[in-house]
Write a protein that binds this ligand. Structure first.
Ligand code: MD6
Ligand code: FE
Length: 215
């Protein structure tokens, strides 16, 4: 990422929603069935689990990971691990369709190339939400995060650099992609709830993929 790109307008269909927040509405839609198959394969190897946060609460969203690292949380805290503690094995590899999609996101957003070593996969059902948080467990916080929404719509909360900043609500739809970088990378964010009708591939749930360079 060059300093120059901080001020360059985003190309193509990309919308700049905030300084450092680029949206590519529906960009992942053509990949829908391949992505669904890939996620299904990943969770065969590394099944959905509800992790415990250090305070003792169990997260309402279920998670899995793929890539060289996976995000885990337990009573000792949040971190990335090369081993899935549930299976005792390495995480599944990043599937090819993820790499293909990322190459297109890089092209459309002007922010690539993305070199993720992990993809955290969140699954939300009707009851799930994600409280306002920052993503700060990655070693180098300069790397952008790419987020892909699949399935049912969700109300996404977009705050600022501190918990006190005002929070906007953004409706994330099936296939929507967000790229966060530089000035927005550390903004507080969360998921209030799911909305709208069931989805042909994902039913009443929503899946979110976040690609990160964590190690
Ligand atoms: C979600 N996303 O969309 C939750 N974190 O379900 C995140 O927590 C997130 O979208 C870091 C970067 C991008 C994200
Ligand atoms: Fe996050």
């Amino acid at each position: 990422m060059s300093t120059l790109s901080l001020f360059a307008p985003a190309p193509g269909n990309a919308l700049t929603l905030d300084e450092g927040l680029i949206a590519l509405p529906g960009l992942a839609l053509p990949y829908a069935s391949a992505l669904a198959q890939a996620v299904q394969d990943i969770v065969q190897e590394a099944p959905w689990r509800h992790m415990q946060v250090p305070s003792g609460h169990r997260m309402s969203a279920a998670q899995s990971s793929c890539g060289q690292l996976g995000w885990i949380s337990d009573e000792q805290g949040y971190r990335y691990s090369p081993i899935d503690p549930q299976s005792g094995s390495a995480w599944p590899a990043l599937p090819l369709v993820f790499i293909d999609l990322l190459a297109q996101i890089a092209e459309e957003s002007g922010q690539g190339p993305f070199l993720p070593d992990t993809c955290l996969i969140n699954y939300y059902d009707e009851q799930a939400h994600m409280s306002l948080h920052q993503d700060r467990n990655e070693r180098d916080l300069q790397h952008p995060i790419v987020s892909v929404s699949l399935g049912r719509e969700a109300l996404f909360l977009w705050g600022g650099a501190t918990r006190k900043d005002s929070v906007r609500t953004l409706r994330l739809r099936d296939g929507d992609v967000l790229v966060w970088w530089g000035p927005s990378r550390m903004n507080f964010h969360g998921i209030r709830r799911l909305e709208g009708p069931a989805h042909p591939l994902w039913g009443s749930g929503r899946v979110n993929l976040t690609f990160r360079r964590a190690g």
